[in-house]
Design a protein around this ligand. Structure first.
Ligand code: GDP
Ligand code: K
Ligand code: MG
Length: 297
């Protein structure tokens, strides 16, 4: 019996401090928006897989929450465990940093990198670099820190160098049968993505008054022919936060809901009817039981 398949499949973790562009990179690599992004740290809270299948190769990218060392509550320590665990579980690690900006938070993650599997250093946001000549000495400096399998400067936002990155990863993918159908792009269901896309708009369309602990739950998700009927609740801690989200004459909430609906329709490829409520719940970021209810395992 011939067992040699010549097919390659592997898990690739995307790690790095908050806001270096990990989720933007994932979306760029699989060419679909499945992981939400924003200027705010703590946008990505869950481990989320994005899958790319091309011919004999299946890439299973694992986006992770940014490693946190600023705050100490239960949500953060849960997120840090997710990062450490992800590094152990995968075949290849992408360590994402920002061009010309290597700080002590990056150093903390550097210490967690495995010596026994390929680690590719991805230097992101090179589009922001006015003087490209500064890149070479920076690359040399980085290459002295760790034995990277490869170092590659990219722009995740502008999708520069992403095909080159894909080919480098390809060369390290272990021989294995595919684990997902070729048209599967994520291991999460539509209900999860609906909540995430709404949370992205909430983060992007409100200021610092709305803290990282604001959350979204889907109360109802029904298929009505081709139409998806979704009822969602944004959960905040204080009455004044609820007022800010709703805005004058409900204008702010309307914008949040409209933008979220459009993204959902793009991802699901069909019409969505979305209704959004804002509710107040006290102290959930520190309550393990409530964290479980909301799906933080
Ligand atoms: P994460 O926390 O590491 O997942 O970072 P995000 O993907 O959420 O991105 C954080 C911010 O950086 C967002 O505002 C992105 O639009 C921005 N960003 C990500 N990649 C790039 C890039 O290549 N160039 C520029 N200029 N901005 C980027
Ligand atoms: K972010
Ligand atoms: Mg992210």
């Amino acid at each position: 019996m011939i067992t040699h398949t010549n097919h390659h499949t592997g898990y690739i973790a995307i790690v790095g401090r908050p806001n270096v562009g990990k989720s933007t990179l994932l979306n760029g690599l699989i060419k679909q928006k499945i992981s939400i992004t924003s200027r705010k740290a703590q946008t990505t809270r869950h481990r989320i897989n994005g899958i790319l299948t091309d011919q004999q190769f299946q890439f299973i990218f694992v986006d992770t929450p940014g490693f946190q060392n600023q705050y100490t509550n239960q949500l953060n320590s849960t997120m840090n465990r997710v990062v450490t665990q992800s590094i152990q579980d995968v075949d290849i690690v992408l360590f994402v940093i920002e061009a010309m900006r290597f700080d002590n938070r990056d150093h903390l993650i550097l210490k967690l990198l495995p010596a026994n599997k390929p680690v590719i250093l991805v230097i992101n946001k090179i589009d922001k670099l006015a003087d490209k000549k500064r890149l070479l000495p920076f690359l040399e400096e980085m290459s002295r820190l760790f034995t990277f399998a490869a170092i590659i400067p990219v722009s995740a936002a502008k999708k520069n160098q992403l095909p080159v990155l894909i080919d480098i990863i390809r060369s390290y993918l272990p021989e294995n049968l595919p684990l997902f159908d070729e048209d599967t792009i994520t291991d999460r269901n539509e209900r999860f993505h609906a909540a995430e896309l709404l949370r992205e708009k909430l983060f992007r369309l409100t200021g610092e008054e709305i803290p990282y602990s604001a959350s979204v739950v889907i109360d109802q998700f029904k298929l009505d022919g081709h139409l998806r009927r979704i009822s969602a609740a944004i959960i905040v801690e204080k009455a004044n936060q609820k007022a800010i989200i709703i805005g004058k004459n409900g204008e702010n909430l309307k914008t949040i809901a409209t933008q979220a609906r459009k993204d959902m329709e793009r991802l699901f490829g069909d019409k969505v009817f979305l209704e959004v409520w804002v509710k107040i719940r006290n102290g959930w970021a520190d309550n393990a039981t409530i964290l479980k209810t909301l799906g933080y395992d």
